[in-house]
Design a binder for this molecule. Structure first.
Ligand code: TMP
Length: 199
């Protein structure tokens, strides 16, 4: 049985670590699992990362995130059709939450605009695990490991998190308190995915 799981949260929320742990746990259960991420590892993902690092105009960044997804979704659809579990570290909700904030003042209703433009290349996830961390804590975790990108300013992340929490009223979302140890989070995520697969 296929399952499309996305991991979301602000920078420093621990998504990438969780993705790694969950992938290993699924493999330990002999479940055919693909771990993927956005921005992707393709040249489009490189272009996205470059636009973020260079602080390109928010429209440019938004269109690049969408271009990257428009190709990635083809791969995701293929994996799903092969009955695999797909664990995707960031996806459409990242665009809604981050570009929803970044495009404020540039278009009258950023969320509605993003949803409309994304509709031709959108596959709804079965489960979205939203890692929730205090933005100050997320930033502190990041500063410990690398330099910050322009998205990682406190006020910006607060607003992104607010948007994520608004999105999380949809039933596909499960909020996880990311102040807990990675092993505990991984066990919880594993339980959520396995119980969904057994349904
Ligand atoms: P990463 O740190 O998870 O690799 O993501 C790179 C940055 O890009 C991160 O600050 C979140 C941001 N981002 C968006 O703003 N919109 C998107 O659609 C995606 C996928 C990421």
């Amino acid at each position: 049985m296929s399952l499309f799981v996305t991991l979301e949260g602000i920078d420093g929320s621990g998504k990438t670590t969780l993705a790694r742990h969950v992938h290993k746990r699924m493999e330990a259960h002999d479940i055919d699992t693909i771990a993927t991420q956005e921005p992707t590892k393709s040249w489009l993902g490189d272009a996205v990362r470059r636009s973020v690092d260079e602080g390109a105009d928010p429209w440019v960044q938004t269109l690049l995130f969408l271009a990257d997804r428009s190709r990635h979704i083809e791969e995701i659809r293929e994996w799903i059709s092969q009955d695999r579990v797909v664990i995707c570290d960031r996806y459409h909700d990242s665009t809604v939450a981050y570009q929803g904030v970044a495009l404020e003042g540039r278009v009258s209703n950023p969320l509605e605009w993003i949803r409309r433009v994304s509709s031709p290349f959108l596959l709804e996830p079965d489960i979205t695990l939203l890692l929730v961390v205090e933005p100050t804590e997320g930033l502190a975790r990041l500063s410990a490991v690398r330099e910050r990108t322009p998205f990682e300013e406190l006020e910006f992340l607060r607003r992104v998190q607010e948007l994520y929490l608004r999105l999380a009223v949809e039933t596909r979302f499960v909020k996880l308190d990311s102040s807990r140890p990675p092993e505990v989070l991984a066990r919880e995520a594993e339980g959520i995915i396995l119980s969904r697969l057994q349904r």
